[in-house]
Design a protein around this ligand. Structure first.
Ligand code: NAP
Length: 274
């Protein structure tokens, strides 16, 4: 199956995609550098996470093949994937590699990374203010940068696998996202994909750090009650009425059942990303 291009509002500098990826995506694809892009899947009624349901994003995505392909494609062009401790906890068996969501295209993703002169796999960065993360998580066993606070760093020192490194953004209780992103840039990781949940995404948007949002709309309805939180894209951060963040549609594609939006985020007082 190929994604059907509905609207390409702005011409984006394309990568030299292997043919199989070009065909599967339904045309050309590129992401600038430096760039911080987020990827989410949401139900029609705006739910992105169902707390206490492990890997609820897979449930929300309805196991969709096109969504897994887009997730893998974004990973395949990233220097680093950023998640938060909430997402780490919700996915106890996950490792964030480029081909895992869509293994059938693994050779093409590997070829794309070679063409882009990227290492075999994107790095992983895990943000935790408290330092309360499971050191035996398989993603940490594989190796990750833990972005944390001074308090988190002292809690984690000596407890993480040797494959991990720790970077503190200063006093807590939460990670200073501007400093965290500056650290990633300074260490050569300039194309950043965030697959964090709505808390970190909210903090990144509040700090005007997210350049683009890839949003999959799944055809499911999730429902909500007053007593149980089922967050949308942003949690724990209020923007309106004080803060206006506008989205600008860059690209719209359709699969058999899911719709794929790509937005630029424009912030008041910040130069729009070209
Ligand atoms: N539908 C989708 O596409 C999608 C994508 C990603 C995740 N999810 C779902 O989202 C849920 C997790 O959501 P979440 O929002 O809790 O996850 P998250 O954003 O990945 O992690 C949030 C945690 O990060 C830590 N943190 C560190 N610095 C922070 C800062 N500056 N601002 C906010 N938090 C900071 C906090 O915990 P500590 O300080 O205690 O460590 C916080 O609770 C899971 O169910 C996951 O499956 C869905």
């Amino acid at each position: 199956m190929t994604l059907k291009l509905v609207l390409e509002a702005e011409a984006l500098a394309p990568f030299d995609l292997p043919d199989a990826l070009h065909e599967r995506y339904g045309g050309s694809f590129g992401v600038g550098r430096p760039r911080l892009v987020a990827n989410f899947v949401s139900t029609i009624d705006g739910v992105v996470a169902i707390p206490n349901v492990p890997q609820s994003s897979q449930l929300i995505a309805d196991g969709n093949d096109d969504d897994r392909f887009v997730m893998a494609l974004l990973r395949a062009v990233a220097d680093v994937i950023v998640i938060g401790s909430g997402t780490l906890h919700a996915s106890p068996n996950s490792i964030w590699t480029s081909s895992r969501p869509y293994p059938v295209a693994q050779p093409s993703f590997a070829e794309l990374r070679r063409r882009l002169k990227l290492s075999a796999e994107p790095d992983l960065a895990v943000a935790t203010g408290s330092g309360d993360i499971d050191a035996s998580h398989p993603a940490l066993e594989r190796g990750a940068t833990v972005l944390t606070t001074d308090e988190g760093a002292s809690k984690l020192r000596g407890k993480l696998p040797a494959s991990c490194s720790i970077s503190s953004t200063g006093p807590g209780p939460t990670v200073d996202m501007k400093r965290a992103v500056a650290f990633l840039h300074d260490s050569g990781r300039q194309r950043i994909l965030t697959e964090a949940g709505p808390r970190i995404f909210g903090a990144l948007v509040q700090a005007q750090l997210v350049d683009e949002l890839f949003l999959t709309i799944s055809p499911l309805l999730a429902g909500r009650t007053a007593g149980h939180r089922r967050p949308g894209l942003i949690d724990d951060v209020e923007l309106l009425p004080e803060v206006r963040v506008r989205t600008r549609l860059l690209d719209l594609r359709h699969g058999a059942t899911h719709t794929f939006f790509r937005y630029a985020l424009d912030y008041e007082g910040r130069q729009p990303v070209g």
